[in-house]
Design a protein around this ligand. Sequence first.
Ligand code: NDP
Ligand code: 8X3
Length: 251
Amino acid sequence: MNTKTALITGATSGFGAAAVDRFVAGGWRVVATGRRADRLQKLVDKHGADRVHPLAFDMRDEAAMRAAIAGLPAEFAGIDLLVNNAGLALGTVPAQQADLAQWKQMIDTNITALVTITHLLLPTLIERRGAIVNISSIAGSYPYKGGNVYGGSKAFVSQFTQNLRTDLHGTGVRVSSVEPGMAETEFTLVRTGGDQEASDKLYAGVDPITAQDIAESIWWIATLPPHLNINRLEVMPVNQSAAGLQVHRNA
Ligand code: NDP
Ligand code: 8X3
């Protein structure tokens, strides 16, 4: 059997870590990236060095990204699937109170790093008639208070996905965005600067999406027959739905 290889960014936690487990269970090799090298090593210990290759670098460091990818051993260098998952939200306050440095970190990670790694891997993906799955969010379609730049960055990811798809027409490369709603990962811990109580409170009683649910969605998209493309997949917990517009009345 011809073993396929996925490169999954943000593999140290949440959706990315669960996707590593899912693809290895399905017989794929995985290049797993993230900043926390100790967590990447745990994935290697769990699955074996012949299945998981760790690449520890900060997605915002283009030189480190280029060097890591250029240094991939031959058996992991032929990437068939890029899962652009690394990303984050920082802050929950309205735009007028937000920290500009946090906005820039979200743009650098969720947008600039995502397009950089995509650009780097496109030649390989085209050569192999591969696939790209971009992890966007419902925050890119439904505005909510405090979503500001995070939502804007995910709207970019969703639209970039559809434009990539148009440009890659005829290459056989599949491009999809997965747009999850509320999912319990380390996402809220990161967003709140480590506030476990806030994270627990947000997910309490919701029966939120799990990391495994999203990993299964990515697996399904990537293993459909090659003539099918999922353009976008929006997923919410049953207990979450959209709730309309607000009106301010002058005094
Ligand atoms: P987690 O916080 O659990 O995981 C985020 C991952 O992104 C980590 O592996 C982290 O690795 C990586 N990452 C963040 N910044 C960088 C960086 N500068 N360089 C390298 N890696 C980085 O959250 P989720 O699993 O929930 O998030 C995964 C994706 O899903 C994100 O794009 C998020 O926006 C999106 N999403 C999440 C939803 C949710 O409700 N949880 C819903 C919709 C979308 P490390 O810290 O080791 O570098
Ligand atoms: C994460 C989902 O609704 O918290 O992208 O923004 S939400």
